[in-house]
Design a protein around this ligand. Structure first.
Ligand code: ADP
Ligand code: MG
Length: 411
């Protein structure tokens, strides 16, 4: 299978000295109630490309969106100000925040930009043209762009102005170092995983993950299912699930998956015990169940110790592990054991290990084992779409037209 990067140039292939580079990044960091950055993973992931471009003498315009201003109660809280400050400290350069990306300010600033100075545009989504993929908005950005570089893997599944319309208006374009790494890593899972290949799936909804499961079904040797998703599968097998979260309209899908695994002689592992409680808010009667069945009136909120052992054994044998979806409501300490145990098992296994999904990436970081994964995708939804085989608009727009089409035109 051809690489998704075929024909697409990377930043290392361009001359950068004194070149005005528009660097689209994914600096969409989570903010806490006080407006402080609660996890700077995405900033750290963006640093290699920024540093590389600065070393080569590029005049940098950094750009990203932050949150969803159109839906926020107080959009001003989504200013890139905090990001500017954080980058200034991390990079030890002056970061000039430009309030209106569609004004003449960036061009004027670029003309006088010195070494150790970069421009950061204010939240691109403050301009409605960003999400509507406005050509007019993109034209303003193109006016001060010699080279367009997309390093925003996590935003590349969106056809927005800075991702899509802008590169159609710029002649020189390519990808950054993070984008390249993300695609190469996810392609190893998608195209040629070393066997045994174990996929660990969890999280809140089966419906979110149907296409990924369909896609991985042929390639995996073992599919592990935990999290809320597991209850729909357990119900499909005739187990009792109490008041656990289930998706009734996905029971048939779950039955099909179970049947398809059985008929191919592959392993589908489901929880054999749980941590269950009668209420989600109060965990007074939280207890380990004695079997896969959940007592009446209780809901499963994490996998139990026997399940951890069972899943661990399978992970130990793996040469490739893809993990998407927490095993329980890991945001609460009492319900985080299953998820962190999986993080540890995957991190300590002798496998190429890839984590996809926003909450899973956060869980991997929180587990304390982040350093030992081969790759934790910053992509969230984009990494899942990529695995599903969906073409990312932000990547496709950078690909030159196919040779055959060119030669037809020449004739
Ligand atoms: P990702 O973002 O990695 O793709 P998801 O968004 O699918 O993951 O799922 C994450 C969410 O699933 C978490 O917020 C977690 O609390 C929730 N979750 C996991 N297990 C359960 C459960 N048993 N009951 C309710 N919610 C759960
Ligand atoms: Mg999520």
């Amino acid at each position: 299978m051809a690489s998704s990067l075929q024909g697409i140039k990377s930043i290392e292939q361009f001359h950068l000295d004194d070149v005005r580079v528009f660097l689209r990044l994914d600096l969409n960091v989570p903010l806490d109630a006080n407006g402080k950055i609660s996890d700077d993973t995405r900033l750290r992931a963006a640093l290699p490309t920024i540093s590389y471009a600065l070393e080569k003498g590029a005049k940098l315009v950094l750009a990203s969106h932050l949150g969803r201003p159109s839906k926020a109660k107080d959009p001003k809280k989504l200013s890139m100000e905090v990001v500017a400050q954080a980058l200034q400290e991390m990079l030890e350069v002056d970061v000039f925040l430009v309030e209106d990306p569609a004004s003449d300010t960036p061009k004027a600033l670029l003309a006088g930009l010195k070494a150790k100075q970069v421009i950061l545009l204010e939240n691109l989504r403050f301009n409605p043209g960003e999400e509507s993929n406005s050509r007019e908005f993109a034209q303003h950005l193109a006016d001060y762009t010699d080279l367009y570089i997309n390093d925003a893997f996590g935003a590349s599944h969106r056809q927005h102005a800075s991702i899509y319309a802008l590169p159609t208006l710029v002649e020189k374009k390519g990808i950054g170092l993070l984008m390249k790494k993300e695609i190469e890593m996810l392609e190893r899972v998608r195209n040629h995983p070393d066997k045994p290949f174990v996929a660990v799936m969890g999280g809140s909804k089966v419906s979110d993950k149907i296409t990924v499961i369909e896609k991985l079904m042929d390639a995996v040797d073992v599919l592990i299912i935990g999290g809320a998703m597991a209850y729909t599968f357990l119900l499909a097998k005739g187990e009792k699930v109490g008041t656990s979260r289930v998706e009734k309209d996905r029971i048939q899908f779950a039955k099909d998956v179970i049947r398809r695994f059985e008929s191919r002689g592959k392993k589908l592992l489901l929880p054999v015990d749980h941590l269950a409680s009668s209420s989600f808010e109060h965990l007074e009667d939280l207890a380990v169940t004695s079997s896969a069945n959940i007592p009446e009136g209780k809901m499963g909120l994490d996998i139990g110790p026997k399940t951890i052992e069972l899943f661990d054994e399978a992970i130990k044998t793996a040469k490739t592990v893809f993990w998407n979806g927490p095993m329980g409501v890991f945001e609460r300490k009492e319900l985080s054991q299953g998820t962190f145990a999986m993080a540890q098992a995957i991190a300590e296994s002798d496998s190429l290990s890839i984590v996809g999904g926003g909450d899973s990436a956060a869980a991997a970081e929180a587990s304390g084992f982040a350093d030992q994964f081969t790759h934790i995708s910053t992509g969230g939804g984009a990494s899942l779409e990529f695995l599903e085989g969906v073409k990312l608009p932000g990547l496709e727009v950078l690909r030159p037209p196919k040779r055959s089409e060119e030669s037809v035109e020449e004739l």
